[in-house]
Design a protein around this ligand. Structure first.
Ligand SMILES: Nc1ncnc2c1ncn2[C@@H]1O[C@H](COP(=O)(O)OP(=O)(O)OP(=O)(O)O)[C@@H](O)[C@H]1O
Ligand SMILES: [Mg+2]
Length: 340
């Protein structure tokens, strides 16, 4: 058959496409070969231990729990190096209201960082955690985790409340495993996964006990273990030790640091206690009141691991004092308003 320049050009174009263009992909698809950019191709890449081309962000390996009775495997997570959680120009108000509770919040939190949040009562600390968790949408601005916008609560973020909210008819081990059972894991599998956390939180001997048989400190340990059992990347903790006596509180602070150092979670921890905030944190976010704004971010440069003795050093007291200076006026003003 005679060929014209134009039919030759289309034949060349088709041949080129077959070698690497879109037509090549559909041919590969028809032949049952993996097509670049598809899940199957990525899976093969992972098996070969190679990174998907065109992506320059490092993959963070997470043990996929696929064995019998375990949680569903997670999607692979990819993080932009450095900042894991970001709040950009975030304003938050409650539905049906017109006043902002939080205004102009800009915050970047690194993966594995321990961040504490302090501020006067009503400054929006709990609201900040709820916005990060996805329970309360930002009126404007954006909250992202690993570059993805937060729209609702997901397993990537665990919440530890001040009230322990344990189920009284479930034993300690079954309270810890409860979130996994909600995800469809069988009780035996949930218990298996709860076991290391029982040991880590010092509850191994209390596995069979019921909440009514526990001290306040033990209940909070269960609370923490239950938040950790789903293996969240970010732990949001809202005054978890507020109801405890001073000694138990100190013990739990030290234990929390030890767990954090083993698990390397990213933690955002709200507290009223400035010494607790400084002892735990890599940095302390100080909120001002009405509406809540970031007044300051105070870096804590105390070396780690930290023993409780660090609280008696001059460096420690100086940091606590500097934070108190930042919030003192707001706190005293709040108290005067309450007194009148
Ligand atoms: N469901 C709600 N509807 C409307 N306003 C609310 C709601 N919950 C809280 N607020 C208001 O939002 C502001 C911030 O509340 P938030 O509980 O976040 O403060 P906080 O800093 O955690 O206080 P505290 O230290 O006392 O726990 C407060 O003025 C509060 O009255
Ligand atoms: Mg609160």
């Amino acid at each position: 058959m005679a060929t014209t320049p134009s039919t030759r050009r289309s034949a060349q174009r088709r041949a080129q496409q077959d070698r690497g263009g879109r037509r090549g992909w559909s041919d590969r698809f028809r032949r049952g070969e993996p097509v670049p950019g598809t899940r199957r191709h990525r899976r093969n890449d992972q098996r070969r231990g190679t990174e998907q081309s065109g992506r320059d962000t490092p993959a963070i390996a997470h043990p996929a729990r696929t064995s019998h009775g375990s949680a569903r495997p997670r999607k692979e997570r990819r993080y932009v190096t450095g900042t894991l959680l970001e709040l950009r120009d975030v304003f938050v108000r409650f539905p049906g209201t017109t006043t902002n509770v939080l205004e102009d919040i800009n915050l970047g939190i690194e993966q594995g960082e321990f961040v504490t949040v302090v501020g006067p009562s009503g400054s929006g600390k709990t609201t900040l955690l709820r916005a990060i968790h996805g329970l309360l949408p930002a009126a404007s601005g954006i909250v992202t985790v690993a570059g993805n916008e937060v729209r609702r609560p997901t397993r990537d973020r665990g919440f530890v409340f001040q009230a322990d909210c344990l189920l009284p008819w479930r034993s300690v081990q079954d309270n810890i495993g409860y979130p996994l059972e909600l995800q469809g894991v069988r009780r035996s599998g949930a218990r298996r996964q709860a076991a290391p956390l029982l040991a880590m939180t010092g509850l191994a001997d209390a596995a069979e006990k019921y909440p009514a048989q526990l001290s306040g400190g033990m209940r909070q340990r269960v609370n923490l273990a239950r938040a950790l059992v789903s293996d969240p990347e970010i732990l949001l903790m809202d005054e978890p030790f507020a109801a405890l006596d001073a000694q138990t509180r100190e013990v739990l602070q030290a234990e929390l640091l030890s767990i954090w150092q083993q698990k390397r979670k990213t933690v955002i921890f709200v507290t009223h206690q400035l010494d607790e905030a400084v002892y735990l944190a890599d940095k302390v976010v100080v909120l001002s009141a009405n509406p809540g704004r970031v007044r300051a971010i105070v870096p804590v440069t105390l070396t780690r691991p930290r023993s409780l003795d660090v609280k008696h050093t001059v460096e420690f007291t100086e940091i606590v004092d500097s934070i108190w200076q930042l919030i003192r006026d707001d706190v005293l003003l709040h108290k005067r308003v309450q007194d009148t």
